[in-house]
Design a protein around this ligand. Structure first.
Ligand code: ADP
Ligand code: MG
Length: 593
């Protein structure tokens, strides 16, 4: 029989624990359960070393609630303690650990701390007015019954105890009885203990035992032993999604980094999705904290994942994490592994990669622009969609042995279909850049390789421009379009080709696009007119043009030119109201003849 008071300091200790951890009270559950699991691990280890008898223990932790008695009971069949050990580990070490912890972090506020390891055993007093402990060591001997009130006064005596292990009874304080609700308790257990290494069974209100955890978390396994389905199930369960992820990477890093993790890119659902990343940090399968974004490259938006870092000092503030070299190394290692995974999929599962690529592309284009090292690694695996189906890389587009060249793209294959067809008939692929980020990415690639030029299909007509000139036609079209400065060029676009086409030189159009974006984003979306340097390319080979050239002085010549001009506009964009009206008037006029 032993009586005592924990320490002279304790009269201050418990109020501080209670007040200070008020916002994170739930962590007492994690602490009690992780101690129970630790005790089991110790027993298992002793058995494997031959230092404890192999008694075939079916290792588990049970949690139950008694509403009438206002108690929560946690029982394990681990190593157990004798009276001496209770005195040593609970009365002395656990308490001094807690005191030390508080003296170090007092003033920092609970929000600044991620793990609360170290507070351990005594965190039970956050919600308990009294804690009882029954225990018996695997070595046998007498059991011990220890009881401690919230002022730190304890009493310990011998007792009967069946088998080995520890039972802890928390007498929940009157203002914390919400914890006696098994639904609430289950939620907390699922948050903190979902992947602890031994079955944790919660007895529900009906008296049924439910195991709440997965004792073999997927990230601890060898990636070769995990199937796609298992990754998908894991993702959906842990991150509450109903859709499979777009992409995943499983990282197992050895010395010196020593961490494991699985990261996912979710499929986007609606425009209202959050793009916040969510990284759950674990310490040997024990949940520590959410949202440790610092451990991932910051250009990875909307990533979900778990990281298990047994190396990370856990009693640290967030600001420490943000500046920690180890954390930065984790992030750059992850970046490398993501690149490896993209390259692996490109080389081995290209079909699967292409299936999801449309949704994945913005992530990787952004990633390349933000991280040059990443860009260098994945460059040859970044796919671009082709009009008419299929994907290719820049390298594939340019063809074997070509470092540079022109790459033709469209930002709206339907609206620019006439141009698209012109290119495809010539056997050229047209790429689809239908996202703002595609254009930025193209510019990024150009900046890395000056032999590379991305050209929108309406920017020029390349070969075929004969440079010849007809003063008369140029004048006629300038008059008809009402634009005295209109640029006019001549080309052979085939006998059956359109009489004229609008082209917009790439450089000027990019600037105009930027200005349009700017005027929209600055809340000033004035009608932005066609950039001034639109060019009208006249198809010399077209019979209508040939006839018009012969007949440019006739009274209908100007109206004909106007109709040709409006038709050209129509192939490149939607007509404005006035233009459409004029287009119909001219149609009526000529069709009635
Ligand atoms: P820590 O777990 O970081 O060592 P705690 O305050 O959580 O600190 O626990 C203090 C000590 O009490 C443990 O190291 C262990 O020796 C002992 N202990 C706590 N819970 C149990 C248990 N269920 N079974 C056996 N020993 C326990
Ligand atoms: Mg502990």
């Amino acid at each position: 029989m032993a009586n005592g008071s924990l320490s002279v300091d304790t009269e201050h200790l418990f109020p501080i624990i209670k007040k200070w951890l008020y916002s994170e009270k739930d962590i007492f559950v994690r602490e009690v359960i992780s101690n129970a699991c630790d005790a089991i691990t110790k027993h298992k280890r002793l058995v494997s070393l031959g230092e404890a008898a192999d008694d075939g223990t079916d290792y588990r932790v049970t949690v139950s609630v008694n509403k009438d008695e206002q108690t929560i009971t946690v029982t394990d069949n681990g190593i157990g303690m004798d009276a001496e050990e209770v005195d040593k580990y609970i009365n002395n070490i656990a308490l001094s650990g807690a005191l030390d912890f508080i003296s170090r972090y007092e003033g920092e506020g609970s929000s600044g701390i991620i793990g609360h390891f170290g507070l351990g055993f005594y965190s039970m007093f956050i919600v308990s007015e009294k804690v009882e402990l029954f225990s018996k060591s695997y070595k046998g001997g007498e059991g011990v019954h220890w009881i401690c009130d919230s002022e730190g006064n304890f009493n310990s005596e011998a007792c009967e105890y069946e088998g080995h292990g520890t039972r802890i009874i928390m007498h929940v304080a009157d203002d914390e009885t919400a914890y006696l609700d098994t639904v609430k308790l289950r939620t907390i257990l699922e948050r903190y203990c979902a992947f602890m290494p031994y079955p944790i069974a919660l007895t529900d209100a009906e008296g049924k035992e439910n195991v709440i955890n997965d004792t073999d978390p997927l990230w601890q396994r060898n990636p070769q032993d995990v199937t796609d389905e298992q990754y998908n199930e894991f993702y959906k369960k842990v991150f509450n999604d109903y859709q499979d992820p777009l992409f995943r990477v499983h990282v197992v890093a050895d010395y010196p980094l020593n961490f494991k993790g699985v990261l996912f890119i979710p499929r986007r659902k609606t425009g209202y999705d959050s793009t916040e990343s969510e990284i759950k940090l674990f310490y040997n399968s024990v949940f520590v904290a959410d949202n440790i974004k610092e451990a991932c490259p910051d250009w990875l938006v909307n990533i979900k994942g778990v990281l298990d870092c047994p190396e990370l000092p856990l009693n640290v503030s967030r600001s420490y994490l943000q500046n920690d070299v180890y954390v930065r190394k984790i992030a750059s290692h992850i970046a490398k592994k993501i690149a490896d995974r993209v390259n692996y999929l490109f080389n081995n599962e290209r079909e699967a990669l292409e299936k999801n690529w449309r949704d994945m592309k913005p992530y990787f284009e952004y990633a390349c622009m933000r991280d040059e090292k990443f860009a260098e690694r994945v460059n040859d695996s970044i796919l671009i969609e082709k009009v008419g189906g299929g994907f290719c890389t820049v390298k594939e587009y340019l063809g074997e042995g070509n470092e540079g060249g022109d790459i033709y793209y469209t930002n709206d294959a339907a609206a620019q279909s006439y141009y698209v067809d012109m290119y495809r008939q010539k056997g050229k692929d047209v790429l689809i850049f239908d996202n703002l980020i595609d254009n930025n990415y193209a510019q990024f690639l150009e900046s890395k390789n000056d032999k590379l030029k991305f050209k929108r299909i309406d920017s020029a007509f390349g070969e075929g421009t004969d440079g010849g000139d007809s003063e008369a036609l140029t004048g006629l079209f300038r008059k008809a379009s009402g634009k005295e400065e209109l640029k006019v060029a001549f080309a052979d676009l085939g006998e059956d080709g359109a009489a004229a086409l609008i082209s917009l030189p790439e450089e000027g159009r990019r600037i105009a696009d930027m200005m349009r974006m700017y005027s929209i984003s600055s809340g000033n979306p004035e009608q932005f007119d066609f950039p001034a340097d639109e060019c009208l390319t006249i198809n010399r080979a077209n019979p209508v043009i040939k006839a018009l050239e012969q007949d440019e002085r006739s009274e209908d010549a100007e109206d004909k030119a106007k109709l040709i001009y409006l038709s050209a506009l129509l192939l490149s964009r939607t007509l404005k109201a006035e233009e459409a009206k004029e287009f119909i008037r001219l149609n009526n006029k000529f069709l009635a003849k």
